[in-house]
Design a binder for this molecule. Structure first.
Ligand SMILES: [Fe+2]
Length: 226
């Protein structure tokens, strides 16, 4: 018997002895983690304050990550389909929060690193074709996003059915499922209130100075292939 076989043989009973629930727990635990930002918290100033960015990333996004990991652990241990169904709102809320914020950090960039600049290319061409002009697109995105009642997200999404860019919204932390997300704007109060108070429109005007259009174009080009 080889050494590896002997080790494997010796290890097998111990693995078998683990209760099924423990194996599920081990498999599910710690799957999701908070992604690092590609820029400093204060790098989006003066358009989005460092205080907002730090709290938003370290506290709010971390809470969704923790909630998702906890919900998945509970789901893995749920004894019946009814118990699994009971957990689905927590999976949707925290899972959506993790997905949406992971997209959001990537679709922002400091103005000093090209944030806010939309170069000539396929995304600009498509925005002009589908909205008339880039300014008309921004105006529509801000109007639709600003009109969300309560908390939610405004999106520039690509429809693989119509092959067009469209402005759509999702409520709460629902992820965008009807379109491929190209640009997402977080309109939860935690995203702007410390700096812009109740004036959503000012936040929505300012954010275009730090939108990472290079990332948006990369997503658009990928989505166009679907
Ligand atoms: Fe948020």
């Amino acid at each position: 018997m080889s050494v590896l076989s002997a080790i494997a043989r010796a290890a097998r009973p111990a693995t078998r002895a683990l209760p099924r629930a423990s194996l599920s727990l081990a498999a599910a635990r710690g799957v999701h983690s908070l992604p690092q930002l590609d820029y400093a918290y204060d790098a989006l100033e003066p358009h989005i304050s460092g205080q907002i960015m730090e709290l938003h990333h370290k506290k709010h996004h971390q809470a969704y990550v923790n909630g998702l990991n906890a919900a998945e652990e509970s789901y893995a241990q749920a004894p019946s389909p009814k118990d699994q169904i009971r957990l689905q709102p927590a999976l949707k809320f925290n899972g959506g929060g993790h997905i949406n914020h992971s997209l959001f950090w990537k679709n922002l960039a400091p103005a000093s690193a090209g944030g806010g600049e939309l170069a000539a290319g396929p995304l600009k061409d498509a925005l002009v074709a589908d909205f008339g002009s880039v300014d008309a697109f921004k105006k529509k995105m801000n109007t639709v996003t600003g009109a969300i009642q309560g908390s939610g997200w405004g999106w520039l999404g690509y429809s693989t059915e119509t092959k067009k860019l469209e402005v759509v919204t999702t409520a709460n932390q629902d992820p965008l499922l009807t379109h491929v997300p190209i640009i997402g704007i977080d309109i939860w109060e935690h995203a702007f209130y410390l700096q812009y108070h109740n004036v959503k429109a000012d936040y929505l005007t300012a954010i275009w100075n730090v939108v990472n259009f290079k990332e948006a174009e990369r997503r658009f080009v990928e989505a166009s292939k679907l």
